[in-house]
Design a protein around this ligand. Sequence first.
Ligand code: FAD
Length: 309
Amino acid sequence: MKTLVWVEHDNVSLKEATLSAVTAAAAMGEVHLLVAGHACRAVADAAAAIPGVGIVHLIDDPACAHPLAETIAPLVVAMMRHHDAFVAPATSTGRDIAPRVAALLDVMQVSDILSVEGPRIFTRPIYAGSAIATVESLDAKLVVTVRTIAFDDAATSGGNAVIAVTPSGMASDLSRFVRADVAASDRPDLAGAQIVVSGGRAMKDAETFARVILPLADRLGAAVGASRAAVDAGFVSNDHQVGQTGKVVAPDVYIAIGISGAIQHLAGMKDSKTIVAINRDEDAPIFQIADIGLVADLFDAVPDLTRKL
Ligand code: FAD
């Protein structure tokens, strides 16, 4: 089976999520990569250094400077004449592009795979992660997104893949890039952080969230997460949301503060190695999965903990 892996990048460097997608693709068969961007030769060079990669297809075009699904998907579909499977990390970008590719190919997407059991057989979470399904795709072409925390990163050196420059063909005029509003932060990226400190609805407002959660996160060198209730209430921006409709994280330590532990939140953090919960309700569901639980008022416990660290 010949796979085509979407390389996630910012035209300068390759994003880590790509590396776990490569590991998944390698378990399915031969690995080719697609680098579509603008002035992105450095990304193609980095991609070619990943061991086990056969060919890096490079599409360097101003139309691809931003990975708009409407632009990228037709390019992928054209390349799928020579590939059996399209594989993308289940990041915001991968989740945007892959369904469009699947629709254009008229196949079922296999989303968020956790393991590769055979070239066409995968496990994936269902019911917000409460059960794991084993699925086999019988479609002629496969479209697969990969849960990045479920696969090890491929190595980044030692490979020597061929870089094949591919013309982009026609760019789509269905959408255009206007601007990106990216929250700048010195804190670790939520997806790859070793420690995550998350706050929930109990934080009351944005000012309280910042006053209680951020000093603890900074003391621990942690990324900041939040429940959807906290995001919906405007305490923090939605790129902090952990859960079924947010980010899936698996840090060494996840500290859930004033978060009840709804199944949709657990779907995004239950694979964390050590889970710490602080909640004043001893019956809160979060305590069922917590390794360390503190029944306390967070407005006493968290500043106290921060001071003592
Ligand atoms: P609550 O459930 O209100 O819990 C607040 C907790 O704070 C309570 O346990 C309370 O005891 C505790 N508390 C209050 N005051 C204090 C105090 N002073 N000290 C200590 N503890 C205190 N949710 C997500 O998080 N992520 C998702 O991705 C997500 N996706 C969803 C998708 C769908 C389709 C649906 C239907 C829901 C989704 N949700 C998601 C929402 C989810 O169901 C819950 O509503 C949400 O997670 C609740 O957030 P919370 O725990 O912050 O709030």
